[in-house]
Design a protein around this ligand. Structure first.
Ligand code: UDP
Length: 331
């Protein structure tokens, strides 16, 4: 049993991480500033309210507790918002990470699993993006995460920090039976917005661009279930037992689905029409992002269980159809 600090554990992916770790017998502490996370999503482990931009609050979180490793999910993560508010992204995602690493050093914790993103790659030059693909982010979100990866590499050399950066492609799905799922106050992600349209909540879905160089003109993404992401984090912890240094792995299913294919899938699963209109492209969106996760499969032993789009969308549909009382009203 390990003692683990989950920074950002009140958020979408972090809450699924806490569930996974608790189910697998670990001792979990969740740290969150509740800026976008939900207190009610912290259902496993102790909760500590603290902010990565407030080092004193971080010290309080570490004091009197014993952690074998940290998992770092705290971040701003919206591509479009990062283009219009880059400073907020660099402050949260870079300065916040530096503050966390400093706190870890002060409290002798030398292992971290870091939430990174496919956005570090920018526009793909191969059909499937592996870890050697050039890293040329085209938005501040991706740039901020790439900077944090570089910081982890330098910390490995200078301080002996062990780290694994996991580059998620499109996190999706929910665990409705455990009462957790995606619940953003201002929802920008495709699957929740499609399901909201199916439920007739809010304005019609906007499809951001149908003139991309893809089969149907809409953007193609690789959707990976949050529970499979949690599994990969858990494997990354074990990986650090035997591997020094800073490592990075891409996490996706290796199959791309267009925005139109996601809409079609959601229509079948929900049994509802999905009204949508085509809008202009969203700034910072590459046409296609599909992962090669061979390295994660081979070196971490990662075996995603949610390999088809339909069950991923179905899990999200069950969550959105019957949301908990704390679900943001206009999410
Ligand atoms: N998208 C869309 N309408 C929406 C939300 C997203 O057309 O309401 C598109 C978006 O332009 C992108 C894809 O769906 O091509 C996935 O976007 P999302 O925000 O879910 O994830 P991202 O790929 O930006 O991490």
């Amino acid at each position: 049993m390990s003692g683990l600090l989950i920074c950002g554990g009140a958020g979408y992916i972090g809450s699924h991480m806490a569930q996974w770790l608790s189910e697998h017998g670990h001792n979990v502490t969740v740290l969150d500033n509740l800026s976008t996370g939900h207190r009610d999503a912290v259902r496993w482990g102790e909760f500590v309210e603290a902010d990565l931009l407030n080092p004193a609050s971080l010290d309080k979180a570490f004091q009197g507790r014993c952690f074998d490793a940290v998992m770092h999910f705290c971040a701003r993560s919206l591509v479009g918002e990062s283009v219009s508010h880059p400073n907020a992204y660099y402050t949260n995602n870079v300065t916040g990470t530096l503050n966390l690493l400093d706190a870890m050093r002060r409290h002798d914790v030398d292992r971290i699993v870091f939430s990174s993103t496919a956005a570090v790659f920018g526009n793909p030059i191969n059909e499937r993006i592996d870890e050697d693909h050039p890293k040329n982010p085209i938005n501040p979100y991706g740039a901020s995460k790439l900077m944090a990866e570089r910081i982890l590499a330098d910390a490995a050399t200078a301080y002996g920090l062990r780290s694994v950066a996991l580059r998620y492609f499109n996190a999706a799905g929910a665990l409705p039976d455990h009462g957790i799922g995606e619940a953003h106050a201002c929802e920008t992600h495709l699957i929740p917005n499609v399901l909201r349209a199916a439920l007739g909540n809010g304005p019609a879905l906007k499809v951001f661009g149908d003139d991309y160089s893809t089969a149907d003109g809409t953007c193609v993404r690789d959707y990976v279930h949050v529970q499979d992401l949690a599994q990969a984090h858990s494997l990354a912890l074990a990986y650090m037992d035997n591997n020094e240094g800073a490592h990075a792995f891409n996490l996706g299913n290796g199959r791309g689905f267009s925005v139109r294919e996601v809409i079609d899938c959601a229509r079948v699963i929900s049994g509802h029409a999905i009204p949508y209109e085509v809008a202009s492209r969203r700034e910072g969106d590459p046409a296609t992002l599909v992962a090669s996760s061979q390295k994660a499969r081979e070196q971490l032993g990662w075996q995603p269980r949610w390999t088809e789009l339909a069950p991923i969308v179905e899990s999200a549909w069950r969550w959105h159809r019957d949301p908990p009382s704390w679900f943001p009203r206009h999410a």
